[in-house]
Design a protein around this ligand. Structure first.
Ligand code: NAD
Length: 367
């Protein structure tokens, strides 16, 4: 059976890290007969230069038709008019694909404990899954905009907005994930101050009682979570939160794993009648214009995104675990890109060099 996988490398370091992700998918194809049919589409600056749009309708159609999308990054494209960037950017792609649940795993690798900004004793063993609501909240709510007041001063408005259904469906994913892990969900919201926070807490509480009494649920205020994730991140298993808090708190949590270049993500939508969920997999990091074109970006977030794709879109758990093991072993063997702490005198690897190290471990593990 063939599975269609669409690559959208994007801007900046996107194409650099996706080239290594592609090598991993091709290896799995060759050695495991996975039957992935790989295609590629443009998005971002190159797409804009070629078509006048950073995200064309054809790319949207191709992304919707694919069994899974592997996405690099976009951004750093100030030449593209702001209006187009907003209307034809990543938010649009996520919305068109109906992606509402963003899974962001954060793991502390033993080999990287000297790269994390936390103390070794705090970071060791962290294995956290942040589930961020992706399709609603303040990034989408209307009204929004900047207006000029009668006194000539400007006023800006963003609207934080959630429906019960939007909260319930992402919380349901979080509870299901917890059942496959340590059975704990932290629901993170500003329920003491914000109306959306109150509704969030009510809906999650009711869902828990009705469908997931076997999972341990605790409510954590967003500001407290920001503190706890630095104080004692091991206390958390799955943490579910809205779009804005998820954006901020998952980036902060990234440092537990040593670098933003380590963090993969999966964005999932509602299953169709065949059980197929629209899915897009991407590194958490952006296009990193400061290092783009130098061949030094860390490709691990992109490669671990491939592992997430195998797990969540294709039920290939053994192959997903094999890629994760190959990454861990490459790190244990001393493979480091420049964003990770590098011992004095050791030359950091290039992006392709890290790809080589991981592929070598995959081969040693039988893939
Ligand atoms: P960024 O993630 O691109 O970079 C933040 C810092 O981390 C930079 O110093 C960068 O060099 C470093 N970094 C990131 N990924 C790395 C990797 N794989 N290896 C080594 N170092 C890495 O965030 P930013 O600088 O805030 O944003 C740059 C552009 O990316 C902006 O235009 C932003 O809008 C866009 N962006 C896009 C996405 C996306 O496409 N999903 C996500 C975040 C930011």
């Amino acid at each position: 059976m063939t599975h269609s996988v669409l690559f959208i490398p994007g801007d900046g370091i996107g194409p650099e890290v996706m080239a290594q992700a592609r090598r991993v998918v091709e290896r799995i194809n060759e050695t495991r007969g996975a039957g992935f049919a790989l295609t590629e589409a443009q998005m971002g600056l190159d797409a804009w230069k070629a078509t006048g749009l950073p995200l064309s309708d054809e790319t949207i159609v191709a992304a919707k038709a694919a069994d899974a999308v592997l996405f690099g990054a976009v951004g750093g494209d100030e030449e593209i008019p702001r209006k187009l960037r907003r209307e034809r950017g990543l938010l649009r792609l996520r919305r068109e694909m109906g992606l509402y649940a963003n899974l962001r795993p954060v793991k502390a690798h033993d080999a990287l404990l000297d790269s994390t900004s936390l103390k070794e004793r705090v970071a060791r063993g962290v294995d956290l899954m942040i589930v961020r609501e992706l399709s609603s909240g303040v990034y989408f709510g209307e009204p929004r905009g900047i207006e000029t007041l009668p006194n000539g001063k400007r006023r800006a408005v963003d609207t934080q907005l959630y429906t019960e259904e939007e909260i319930e469906r992402v919380a349901r994913d979080a509870f299901h994930l917890a059942r496959t892990r340590r059975g704990m969900v932290a629901s993170v919201a500003k329920s003491n101050v914000m109306e959306t926070g109150r509704l969030w807490r009510d809906v999650v509480t009711a869902l828990h009682a009705a469908e997931f009494p076997d999972v341990a649920l605790r409510h954590v205020l967003s500001d407290n979570f920001a503190m706890q994730i630095i104080r004692d991140p091991r206390q958390f298993d799955v943490a579910v939160m809205d779009n804005l808090f998820g954006d901020l708190l998952s980036d902060a949590s990234a440092m537990i794993s040593g670098s933003l270049g380590m963090l993969p993500s999966a964005s999932l939508g509602t299953a169709d009648s065949n059980g197929r969920r629209p899915a897009l997999y991407e590194p958490v990091h952006g296009s990193a214009p400061d290092i783009a074109g130098k061949g030094i970006a860390n490709p691990i977030a992109a490669i671990l995104s491939v592992a997430m794709m195998l797990r969540h879109s294709f039920a290939m758990e053994a192959d997903a675990a094999l890629i994760e093991k190959a990454v861990a072993e490459a790190l244990e063997g001393g493979a480091r890109t420049a964003d990770l702490y590098v011992q004095g005198g050791v030359q950091p690897l290039t992006t392709a060099g890290m790809g080589d190290a991981i592929l070598a471990r995959m081969e040693a593990l039988g893939a």
